[in-house]
Design a protein around this ligand. Structure first.
Ligand code: KIV
Length: 271
């Protein structure tokens, strides 16, 4: 099923201009209509329909199980809510690791069936054939280097990446290649701040950091983490802006007590 495709105020050109003028880019994830409305209304520039939906929406421990159909469902729900932000959607695990035609078909489905503005792909030089194919079809692509959670089994965990010179040099080379290929932006996840600042200077596309220091052109967090909905996840890079787990359990607890005490509904809350 195809949906309407709109050009919203934040475009790839606007994001490039923000980098040139030194205006920082605020990016957050969203996976559903109601949250995306709030995130968009608060002025976030880029909304990522991340495959972290596998964790925070579906309860999986890694991002690997989420399917293309699930990503499209989340993306279409977000797009229906958004009036201003640029909406970028993660290509799920496996869609870009082989045949370029398969990768293109997945990206085209995301664009046609969700109405999103672009896709994000985890990985560097190895994925360039797929990335070039998708770019050639007119689909904006955002890169993602450093801790790429889809490679968790290869990394053996979610630790800091590119601490060693060889991995740092490869990351810098990958970033330059993605930039030359025409990616509109690059997520840098959990790498040393100094390396992220070096990458940011070396490329023309905006870099968006998560656990990568303040030298990036913008920052991204998972919305459930920064709002304190997801209680257990407490990495050093995460700043909590609210404790919604506490706020919501307290409110729901009061509702349960009111129902049990036959205090809800009262006579003004019935027909
Ligand atoms: O899926 C996701 O939420 C992400 C961010 C952590 C950048 O890729």
């Amino acid at each position: 099923m195809s949906v309407e495709s709109k050009v919203r105020p934040v475009t790839t050109a606007k994001l490039a201009e923000m980098k040139r003028s030194g205006e920082k880019i605020a990016m957050l994830t969203s996976y559903d209509y109601s949250m995306a409305r709030i995130v968009d209304a608060a002025g976030v520039d880029v909304i990522l329909v991340g495959d972290s939906a596998a964790n925070v929406m579906a309860g999986y421990t890694t991002t690997l199980p989420i399917t293309l159909d699930m990503m499209i469902y989340h993306a279409a729900s977000v797009v229906r809510a958004v009036e201003r932000a640029f909406v970028v959607v993660d290509m799920p695990f496996g869609t870009c690791s082989g045949d370029e035609q398969v990768a293109l078909a997945a990206a085209v489905r995301i664009m046609k069936e969700s109405g999103a503005d672009g896709v994000k792909i985890e990985g560097g030089e190895e994925l360039l054939p797929c990335i070039r194919k998708i770019l050639a079809a007119g689909i904006p692509v955002m890169g993602h280097l450093g801790l790429t959670p889809q490679s968790v089994h290869q990394f053996g965990g979610y630790g800091l990446r590119a601490k060693e010179e060889a991995e740092a040099e490869k990351l810098l080379r990958d970033a330059r290649l993605l930039d030359e290929a025409g990616c509109f932006g690059l997520v840098l996840e959990k790498i040393p701040a100094e390396l992220a600042a070096r990458v940011t200077q070396a490329v023309s596309m905006p870099t968006i950091g998560i656990g990568a220091g303040s030298g990036c052109d913008g920052q991204v967090l998972v919305v459930h983490d920064m709002l304190g909905i997801n209680k257990g996840f407490k990495p050093k890079f995460l700043r909590r802006y609210a404790d919604l787990f506490e706020t919501m359990t307290e409110a729901i607890g009061r509702y349960v007590a009111d129902v049990r005490a036959v205090d809800f509904p009262n006579e003004n809350e019935q027909y």
